[in-house]
Design a protein around this ligand. Sequence first.
Ligand SMILES: *Cc1c(COP(=O)(O)O)cnc(C)c1O
Length: 468
Amino acid sequence: MKYYDRLIFELSHPGRTGFSLPAGDSLPVPEIPAHLRRQGDTGLPEVSEVDVVRHYTNLSQMNFGVDTGFYPLGSCTMKYNPKINEEMANLPAFTGLHPLQPESTVKGAKTLIDGLDKALSEITGMKKFTFLPCAGAHGELTGLMLMREYHMARGDAARTKVIVPDSAHGTNPASAHVAGLDIIEVKSRPDGLVDVEDLKPLLGPEIAGIMMTNPNTLGLFEKEIGKIAALVHECGGLLYYDGANMNPMLGKVRPGDMGFDIMHINLHKTFSTPHGGGGPGSGPVGVSERVLPYLAIPVTSGFHGNFGVMVKAYAYILTLGRENLLMAGPLATLNANYIKESLKDLYKLPIPTVCKHEFVYDGLIDDGAREGVPGATTLDIAKRLLDYGYHAPTIYFPLLFHQALMIEPTETESKETLDAFIDVMRTIAEEAARDPEILRSAPHNAPIRRPDETEAARNPIVCWQPNA
Ligand SMILES: *Cc1c(COP(=O)(O)O)cnc(C)c1O
């Protein structure tokens, strides 16, 4: 066992300490009332300074992020975010603001939010944004509540159903449910797109609207969106755009022009904020003219939403400028198609058409299964990638395929990085064909191997328990 695999409590030796200044004798020690005094030993570890430094330094190096390696996690846009944006968000003039300051003293921050509103409105073709929501899913809930409000205000209370394609991100049906709407699923065709003919019979006086991602989570552009928008509007419904992954669309197609009425953007994906481990995020919601009267007021909450993320997004948009923002989509698309085409002789490619920023393989063509001995699965491939120093792609999502392996390289990776990843994916495919046991028992050199992932997610033990 490497010594950093041990908890700091396990490194403890009675009496071992770091250097400490001698106790001062000039200040009086205040008398602490007896009922506030600790009864027993704290149980803190007794370790030397060098033990402490090594322990925490090694822990920090067990973390994986875009600053340490390639992170092709589909539908998450884990790209490189320029450090200058962090510095901007860290300016004392921003970090020193208090959310309860009088409005007249926060004019700079308001100007920044207004500037970001204008930039996002221009990029998306929406009329105005609210910056209240602090994540994509939070934006979805906000947007669906606006949708409901729109219908209620028109006396159209029967509209309680929302259509969600089966390829949708899991947050879509979840948000619709939390908003009190019933969900109707529309199936994708074998080519991964929504079938307009399947959609038609679902439309009617109970439909509040449809939620769509375009490009969808398979990385495919819904070409019939114009037709879909016309049909949904005709039946009295609204269109919600899940704009979590806007990077392939930047400057190319605007959700407003596609016919969408309400949308959210994940500033933390498309517009530069590192967001591992569930935060920090910002999911501003934009609306078209017809939903504008229902936009949540004030557009920033008393606490101005997740302001630091807005600073980073604004800095990102201004430093890239129109010309370079226009390059994000083509580069994300080129990178995804480059990997997709480079490995399709070894990995099953269920939808072979040109993709946008991400695509899905359905496991290995030759997974090494022989005469009743099972071969390597997508989970095994993902675990083996860790041995080679890569973060795994998104696995088993979307649910349309059994062995889904969803890859999103993003616009910020070089050809050399992509080539190195492709080489490793080829090596893994060869290992599977030759001896799938290497994959099935992976990872071989990660700090932990295969936890019970459901148990670990549902009942995480994140605190050391004395005598546990
Ligand atoms: C990431 C993502 C979401 C959810 O965003 P959060 O900020 O994680 O709540 C929703 N839809 C799609 C398509 C996404 O990729």
